[in-house]
Design a protein around this ligand. Structure first.
Ligand code: VGL
Ligand code: ZN
Length: 203
């Protein structure tokens, strides 16, 4: 089976959001078209408690500063995607009616999670892998934000877990646009396929 995985298409990552990514809204029409094309549609939500470890405000630091957490570098972000707030809702133009299941991540105060599968300490964090196994899904098409964070780490983990992984480039938007191509090239070298939505609609 094949599934579409929509990563973190939430209000706070849209251009006007708390961690707004310029032009992130422009991928919504692409994703809506893909939603109609797939039988199984899954989504993740970044879903942080207040005072989350990834928030600059939790440490009295500036956005963009880096700190060490459990011996790993943690980039500090503006407060975003706080559980049960409007900012954490899926972008309202997204056709979310057809989403079969939503997986939340980054739900614990003291550890961040870029990947849809594991938290940044590589402890199991979501039920996504179980769901994929139960539904015999072997092939994953990934879209969403941000290409250079949650899309990238979700793709890397799913590839490492043995899934056949495709990133649909025009369904994604990066925080650091300048490094987007380079990031995608790095993923391609690892065996993750980079495609365009048009590759799926050639008839
Ligand atoms: C993300 C930064 C912080 C993402 C989530 O969805 O890519 N980026 N939290
Ligand atoms: Zn986050």
């Amino acid at each position: 089976m094949t599934a579409l995985l929509i990563v973190d298409m939430q209000n706070d990552f849209m251009p006007d959001g708390a961690l707004g990514i310029p032009r992130a809204n422009e991928v919504i029409p692409v994703i809506n078209q893909l939603i109609d094309h797939f039988d199984i549609v899954l989504a993740t939500k970044d879903w942080h408690p207040k005072n989350h470890v990834s928030f600059a405000s939790s440490h009295g630091k500036k956005v963009g500063d880096k700190i060490k957490v459990h011996d790993k570098i943690q980039m500090l972000w503006p407060d975003h995607c706080i559980q049960n707030t409007k900012g954490a809702d899926l972008a309202f133009e997204l056709n979310s009616k057809k989403i079969n299941k939503i997986f939340t991540k980054g739900i614990e105060e003291k550890v961040d999670s870029y990947s849809a599968f594991f938290d940044n300490n590589q402890n199991k964090a979501t039920n996504l892998e179980d769901y994929l196994k139960e539904n015999n899904i072997k092939k994953l098409y990934i879209v969403g934000v941000a290409t250079d964070y949650c899309v990238k780490f979700s793709a890397l983990d799913s590839h490492e877990l043995g899934y056949d992984v495709y990133i649909i480039e025009d369904g994604c938007m990066a925080i650091e646009k300048k490094k987007e191509k380079q990031n995608l090239f790095g993923l391609k070298k690892k065996g993750i396929q980079i495609i365009s939505s048009k590759d799926l609609f050639i008839y």
